[in-house]
Design a binder for this molecule. Structure first.
Ligand code: KMH
Ligand code: ZN
Length: 274
């Protein structure tokens, strides 16, 4: 089996600093977390940004600072969110692509998201993809529901999306596909040929989904964006979640990928080191 790529999503749009002291919601904190995540075995950092007061932002300036902070912390693959937060405009969500991160997410369809709707109509997806193509940013396809894979195939047919790509199966969002091993297997069976994949289980399903992916030959996303807890009632630090997955994978005989190895597996260009 290929070495395991561990993505860390250290801070998302739905969790707030008053829920956990371990959310790296400023560029400085993000840089510190990135360093610890790298040491723990992570190879990709998925980036959302906050203002100093903790509110969500998709400002290009804040993302630039975040990008520089992660890069200063080492050789991790930097992946921007284009999902942003509920209520952001598609233009806002796509604006940060001009910074040309190595990767960025592309959610492949609308989905109920708690009591909200995370809107990703075909025009929205096409708009984000055009910007990705313009700036040479590699998409990671975010799949929250089974129909999202069909949407990705449709975008490929239209010529906007090149396949295969790396696919992240986000399971357990209230309103999306539940985080069960059966659902994970069904999605993996339905992947376009040649795609690599990871799973991001939400909440307490994060660890079981990670363990299934380790055994199946997929890759794993963990982090406080998806799950605030290490165990029942005990808040987690991002690097602890990464270290636990790395430990389990090594114990199972599957080494963890360095960022450079992850670039090779994902077909990303080698990082030019300064
Ligand atoms: N915050 C969610 C509405 C992504 O990063 O691309 C969307 C999200 C997905 O987190
Ligand atoms: Zn995200």
């Amino acid at each position: 089996m290929e070495p395991l790529i561990i993505t860390c999503a250290p801070v998302g749009a739905e969790v707030s600093p008053d829920q956990s002291p371990y959310l790296p919601y400023t560029p400085t904190l993000l840089g510190q977390t990135a360093r610890a995540v790298r040491e723990a075995g992570g190879s990709i950092v998925h980036v959302h940004c906050r203002n100093d007061d903790g509110s969500n932002t998709h400002s290009v300036e804040r993302f630039r600072e975040a990008y520089q902070a992660v890069r200063a912390a080492g050789d991790l693959i930097v992946q921007f969110s284009t999902g942003g937060a509920i209520g952001m405009t598609p233009e806002e969500r796509a604006s940060v692509l001009e910074l040309r991160p190595e990767m960025a997410t592309l959610t492949c369809g609308s989905v109920n998201f708690g009591d909200d709707i995370f809107e990703n109509s075909f025009p929205i997806m096409r708009g984000i993809l055009r910007r990705m193509n313009e700036f040479g940013v590699r998409p990671e396809l975010e799949i929250f529901d089974k129909g999202h894979l069909a949407n990705a195939r449709r975008l490929a047919k239209e010529g906007l999306l090149k396949l295969p790509q790396h696919v992240d199966l986000v399971l357990g969002v209230p309103g999306g596909l539940e985080a069960t091993v059966q659902n994970l297997c069904d999605l993996v069976d339905d992947l376009p040929p040649g795609c690599t994949w990871s799973v991001a289980g939400i909440g307490r399903r994060q660890l079981p989904m990670a363990m299934a992916a380790i055994a199946m030959g997929g890759h794993v996303r963990v982090g406080l964006e998806d799950n605030l807890y290490y165990s029942k009632g005990r808040l987690a630090r991002n690097e602890e979640l990464v270290a636990r997955v790395a430990r389990i994978s090594e114990e199972a005989g599957r080494p963890v990928a360095t960022p450079d190895k992850a670039r090779e597996i994902l077909g990303l260009p080698t990082l030019v080191k300064a």
